[in-house]
Every structure is written in C-alpha cells, then in structure tokens.
Ligand binder design. Structure first.
Ligand code: FES
Ligand SMILES: [Fe+2]
Length: 466
C-alpha cells in the first residue's frame, strides 16, 4: 500500500466527502469522485528548481510541446485586436483575424527577425492592428498571415512566392473562454489534452464569465516553486493561520485526474482539524463571512459544522442572486463555498464552482531559472440580461508593490502576500540545500508529485530524435 493510499486525514476529523454528504444542496457527481494514484515516494531533486541545465531541458522539451493558456477570448473581442504572449524566449502575436477565428503568429519578421509587435514586457497587453507591419523596413502582412507589402520585393530571390512569405503560426484552440496555443504540430487536440477538465467544467461554464481582474508580479523563484505553493492546503497552518477557523486544510481532498489535470478540494465554513477542541461552528460561520466583509445578520447559531456550511451556502446563493440575477437554487454548498482548484499541466490553474473564479498562471521570467511571472485573474458571471463587459487591462505590480495594493483583488491579495513571504526564500533555501532533496507528503502533496511525473515524461523525449 502506498503512502498516498494509507493517509486518510487526521483521526476523528470529518473528511471532505463527509462535508459533501451533509451539505444542504448536494454536490454534483464530478466532485464526489475520488482519484488516487500511487506515484511512489522518492524525494525530488532540488536542482529541478535551480539548475540551468534542467531549465534548458524544459525550454526545449516542455514549453514547445504543451498547450498553454495565452489569454481570454474577451481580451481580443474585435477583429484586429491582438496581444503578445511570451514564454522562455518565444513570442507570439495572438490576434483575432475574423469574428470566429484567432491565430497565433510567431512574433518575428521573416526579413531580419525584428519582433512585429511589442507587449508590455513581461506581461501581455492588447493592441488593435489593421495589419502586421514590421517597423524596421516595412514588411507588412494581412491579418490572415498572407503578405501584403514588401518594399522592393523583386530584390528577395528567396521570398518570391506568397507561400514563402506566409507568417508561421502556432496551433490555436479555445476552451471555456480561454485561448490556448501549442507550437507542436503533433500534439493531441486541446480537448484530449485537457480531459477530463471539459466534462467537469461543463456545469460551471467559464466561457460565460468575464475577466474582472488580471494582476501579475515577477517573483524571485523558479516558476514551479511559485506554482507548487498553490497546489496544497497543507501550508495553511503556518502561512495563513488566520483562516484555520473556517478552512478545513488537513482534511482536504486531492485528486489526480488525467496526465495533465489534478485538483484540490478544500472545504470552507468548516474548521481546520489542527484546532481540535478550540474550534466552534459559529466561529467557522462568522469567520468566513468576515473574510468576505460581511457580518452575521443574526438568527439561530449553527448547530454544528455541517449546519454552518448549510447556512453559509444559503446566504452566498442569495448574495449571488442579488448580484447577478438568475436562479442559483441548484448551486451546491460546495460549489459556492469551497476552494475547488484544478491545475492543468504545465502552468494554468482555474478554480471550479460558482464563486467568482480565480485563475492562476505561472511562467518563467525570460530565461531566468530563478524568477517567474505569476498572474492572477478573477472571472465573474455576467449579470443576467447584460452584455459581457470588456476585459480589464493587465496590471503588472512593481517590485515594491504588494498583491494587496491591487484594489482588484480584495481579500485574495492579502492571502497571496502571505504566500510571497515563502517563495523567494524557498528558492534561496533550495540553492543552499545540504541534501539536495525535497520531501513530499504522500497524499497532501500528491499533486506536486503528479506534476513532476508528467514533467519527466515530456523531458524524456528528445524532439530532435537523437
Ligand atoms: S526586419 Fe522586418 S522588415 Fe526588416
Ligand atoms: Fe497560500
């Protein structure tokens, strides 16, 4: 029996499934299914996060072969809207070329290579273009990638035919209102790559949301260090102790769903098992409300943890009805209260459920193994009968700015600031490691092991075939 199979949560504490079983409006089947896998117990090598050689392997064997979330569809709503997506030295112009067509051109002129469009490095920003014109000598392309104008074209013997002058492009597909690109012509279709994510999210309809916040920051740690800080609830006891009263951390669920997808389901409105006899249902109830800036409006105190969740669920459904209109009666307590965090390999994490959906993305910062760009988006439902608002612009925080300085991230910003107290020092500690090893909890950190198992499969394949 593996370590992951043995661990069943702290003794005497309800499991996540116990909470689901007692909720007032029951959870959908997709949240009830458990998916454990035995992936061994071996420590990870610290150099996976610190070695330039390992980073170069990722640059040649990982990033060119995976589906990457480039932007939201509402970032580029009109034909000619374009933004720059960059990863490890590669750069793409992601542009809407027709009302129902988005393409991603390599952001490099076919003449002497100048970038065609500049983003607000290192993030992305939206521009509007009628065509793609290189500022150096004026080579110009139509939005569909075909050549429009080349000064003195007859002087280019190797670029005579129109097909020689077509802009090369990456594959583009969409899911849930997100635009993905892939540089690999042989990669599976996006739906196959994402499975079973589309089936799970069919109920939550992220394509019907709009981007209400998009904030990013360069962090002094490897991109995997930052990502993995958001893959487990095990760190809540030390990093976010103020939420222990209403966050069931040590009894959270972890599911390894497909090669590219896993998830963490953490109950809110229920206490941490670490508090043992010091927790109470009314503090779980009032604590979660307080985090959302609300006060208890009176009424009977919750009888137990399950009752606290039922009361909170009813209250949140009512607040959604008032904010967004429509009927929320079928939204389960879990779907309006809990942290339902999915990860899509290698670097994209959308929250499921109906609360405003948080979305994370992590990328290396340029070609630096020791820094990364982390981004946080918040997707909100479109108010019933209203037109979807335009997406907000991307805000890149400066070195001295905190996440909580971004007014777009109420509540969440302060929590991420606490995570920031670890990430740069994890990187420094890994560089200083005396053993060169990282040890993972068998169950509660199984998503990290799952991520590295898939990463190893990509890194094992030499794209040059040698
Ligand atoms: S490099 Fe683009 S036109 Fe010369
Ligand atoms: Fe955290």
């Amino acid at each position: 029996m593996s370590a992951a199979e043995r661990w069943n949560g702290p003794a005497g504490a309800p499991s996540y499934d116990d909470y689901l079983a007692h909720d007032g409006v029951g959870a959908p089947e997709v949240l009830k299914r458990q998916h454990r896998r035995d992936l061994g117990t071996a420590p990870l090598a610290a150099e996976r996060y610190t070695s330039q050689t390992f980073f170069e392997l990722e640059a040649t064997r990982l990033w060119p072969r995976v589906w990457q979330m480039a932007c939201r569809e509402e970032d580029i709503p009109a034909v000619g809207d374009a933004l720059v997506y960059e990863v490890v030295g590669k750069s793409f112009v992601v542009v809407r070329t027709a009302p129902d067509r988005i393409r991603a051109y390599y952001n490099s002129c076919l003449h002497r290579g100048r970038k065609l469009l500049l983003g607000s490095a290192p993030g992305s920003s939206c521009a509007h273009v009628d065509n793609l014109r290189c500022p150096f000598h004026g080579f110009t392309w139509h939005l569909d990638g075909g050549p429009k104008f080349v000064p003195c074209r007859g002087d280019f013997p190797t670029l005579r035919r129109d097909e020689d002058l077509r802009l090369p492009e990456a594959r583009v597909e969409t899911w849930g209102g997100f635009v993905f690109l892939n540089m690999d012509a042989n990669a599976p279709p996006l739906a196959q790559y994402l499975a079973p994510l589309p089936e799970h999210f069919a109920r939550w309809g992220l394509e019907r949301r709009f981007k209400a916040a998009h904030v990013g920051k360069v962090i002094a740690c490897n991109w995997k260090v930052a990502q993995e800080a958001f893959m487990e609830s095990y760190h809540v006891i030390a990093t976010h102790p103020q939420i222990l009263e209403f966050c069931a951390d040590a009894n959270a669920r972890y599911d390894l769903l497909g090669d590219h997808v896993n998830r963490n389901l953490t109950a809110f409105g229920a206490p941490s098992p670490h508090l043992a006899g010091r927790a109470s249902p009314d503090r779980a109830y009032a604590g979660l409300l307080a985090m959302y800036g609300q006060r208890d409006a009176g009424g009977a105190a919750p009888l137990d943890w399950y009752d606290a969740r039922r009361k909170l669920g009813a209250r949140v459904r009512e607040s959604f009805r008032r904010a967004y209109g429509g009927d929320w009666s079928q939204a389960s307590d879990a779907e309006v209260l809990d942290a339902l965090v999915y990860n899509v390999f290698p670097n994209f994490a959308p929250w499921a459920g109906y609360a405003p959906n948080i979305v994370y993305r992590w990328r290396p910062h340029g070609r630096d193994v020791n820094s990364c760009l982390m981004e946080v988006m918040i997707l909100k439902p479109v108010k019933e009968g209203a037109e979807p608002p335009r997406a907000v612009p991307f805000r890149l925080l400066g070195d001295r700015e905190r996440w909580s300085d971004a007014g777009e991230l109420p509540v969440l910003g302060a929590v991420i600031d606490q995570d920031m107290e670890n990430m740069p020092y994890v990187q420094e500690g890994l560089l200083a490691s005396g053993t060169g090893q990282v040890h993972l909890a068998g169950y509660q950190e199984s998503r990290i092991r799952h991520f590295h198992a898939t990463l190893d499969r990509y890194l094992a394949v030499d794209p040059s075939g040698t």
